[in-house]
Ligand binder design. Structure first.
Ligand SMILES: Nc1ncnc2c1ncn2[C@@H]1O[C@H](COP(=O)(O)OP(=O)(O)OP(=O)(O)O)[C@@H](O)[C@H]1O
Ligand SMILES: O=C(O)c1ccc[n+]([C@@H]2O[C@H](COP(=O)([O-])O)[C@@H](O)[C@H]2O)c1
Length: 207
């Protein structure tokens, strides 16, 4: 496994997993906000080969997703990586299990949007995830209440860290999670794909 080069023991690292199908400026805003609020050294963008809950037919080619994510994530503290492709893992629980020795060497935190946290209980082996790594939940339009009342929030209610203490999250003993309000971003990959589909239809109708 080739770890992102800027990795030193004890560093504060955010793992930002996503389909990035395609990556957009909302992702960048989330990563920038997490970088600052969690006082991270690095954010590793883990481009997921395939979210096991999503339709494979909707996916753009992996290399193309990596390429666009690298363009969107251009920042000296961001690293876009194909770690999950290298590991051959498809579920987050399996990825985190494979990364166990790595997680012990740094102060890691998993970054996700509030929509992901609201649905965490549908993920494969979902309780393994908060048991493996602290979770930073970034606000997303329409999902704050659903996230804060979700099965994951209720199950780990006593392990919630106050927003003002978000800096304590990286490397905190799991389970631990924190909801981080941020200026809301409405971008979504679905909307981008829908717009692209419509443009294609218009061109086809016109020709
Ligand atoms: N606008 C946003 N605000 C907050 N979090 C976001 C936003 N867009 C994506 N995220 C978070 O980024 C991570 C990766 O998201 P993903 O690649 O699925 O993008 P998406 O826009 O949600 O895609 P899709 O519409 O295809 O589901 C997820 O944890 C998701 O919750
Ligand atoms: O492990 C699962 O079952 C699982 C289900 C849904 C999403 N995930 C992971 O969550 C991250 C965000 O996924 P997505 O598709 O919403 O960008 C990405 O790393 C996925 O692999 C993982």
């Amino acid at each position: 496994m080739i770890l992102p080069p800027p990795f030193g023991a004890g560093q504060r690292i955010g793992l930002f997993g996503g389909s990035f199908n395609p990556a957009h400026s909302g992702h960048r805003a989330v990563a920038l906000y997490a970088l600052k609020r969690l006082a991270l050294d690095w954010v590793w963008w883990l481009v997921s080969p395939q979210n096991p809950l999503k339709d494979a037919g909707d996916y753009r080619d992996y290399d193309e997703r990596l390429k666009i994510t690298r363009l969107v994530a251009r920042h000296p503290r961001f690293v876009v990586t194909d770690l999950e492709e290298q590991l051959g893992t498809r579920t987050t629980a399996a990825t985190l299990a494979a990364l166990t020795p790595v997680l012990r060497r740094g102060r890691f935190v998993w970054i996700m949007g509030a929509d992901s946290f609201a649905n965490l209980h549908h993920w494969n082996d979902w309780t393994d995830i908060p048991e493996a790594i602290p979770l930073a939940i970034l606000a997303r339009p329409g999902f704050a209440m659903r996230a804060l009342e979700s099965p994951a929030a209720l199950r780990y209610e006593s392990r919630r860290i106050a927003t003002e203490e978000a800096r304590e999250l990286p490397g905190a003993p799991p389970p631990a999670w924190c909801f981080i309000p941020m200026p809301l971003r409405s971008e979504s990959s679905t909307a981008i794909r829908e717009r692209a589909k419509k443009r294609k239809q218009i061109v086809m109708t016109a020709s």
